[in-house]
Design a protein around this ligand. Sequence first.
Ligand code: ATP
Ligand code: MG
Length: 283
Amino acid sequence: MDERYYEEHSPWIMQHEQNKNYLEMTNVMKQYPNGFKAVNGLNLKMYADQIFVLLGHNGAGKSSTISVLTGLYEPTEGEAEVFGIDMFKEFRKVREILGICPQFDIIFDLLTPEEHLDIFYDFKGGDMDPYKKKNEIDTLLEDVGLEEKRNFQTAKLSGGNQRKLSVAMALCGGSKLIILDEPTSTLDLSARRLLWNMLKEYRKDRIILLTTHYMDEADILGDRIGIMVKGKVTCLGSSLFLKKKFGCGYNLTMLKASTEMNSKVLKYAKERLGENCKLKSQN
Ligand SMILES: Nc1ncnc2c1ncn2[C@@H]1O[C@H](COP(=O)(O)OP(=O)(O)OP(=O)(O)O)[C@@H](O)[C@H]1O
Ligand SMILES: [Mg+2]
């Protein structure tokens, strides 16, 4: 990667070096049987207590990267280590700490959200104490906003609610490495915001890797953001760093009394913020 587009990690996060609280990928590559290289030499490092966002357009290689990291596909080349475990050679150990929310929900139609979490908690080998288990499930259902739907048949939930359940399943049972592939797709804005706040709370002591198409999501959530293009990360750093490199302004959202106010609003904005202001939407 071009050095100009790479920001070093903040010094405080280096405290995690000693205990190996990081995920490091070295030259990871995935070439599909048809010869296409969907992941083309990824070198990334992400630390605990942080959310790492892979931001990329359709087909950039985000899900392929995740498939390789979660053991769905074998990598063609490269190495990856998480919390001191070799991800490609000791995958059994990785499974114990891995929580994944795939791009497309995998749910059991007949079970309720509560039953899903109950099963996943056991799959993950969560604490055997039934009170702790119940507490964790209750907290997760509340945190993702599924409290009221806890006893509904999952097949009958809306797409957004099924998505929330997938995120909750990724987080339950003591997962320390959380991989979320476009977790907020199909969520409305208020649900996205709820989830953003929740993930920020949950990043403590965990490594969270999340993919998205949305720049605002990457901006709000990402402690570190990697922009992925054609299987490679072309720019890597904090949101502030990326804005300094590529930023060309800000979006200001205003609620107007009526559309007749447009010209007044533009005049007002230009007077205060400069002649470059533009109205993006006329509604
Ligand atoms: N099994 C496969 N065989 C061949 N090519 C594949 C296979 N799976 C994915 N690809 C190709 O690899 C590229 C990356 O796909 P991938 O699903 O990883 O992208 P993505 O960044 O997750 O996109 P999206 O945002 O649409 O989910 C695409 O061009 C896709 O067509
Ligand atoms: Mg994808």
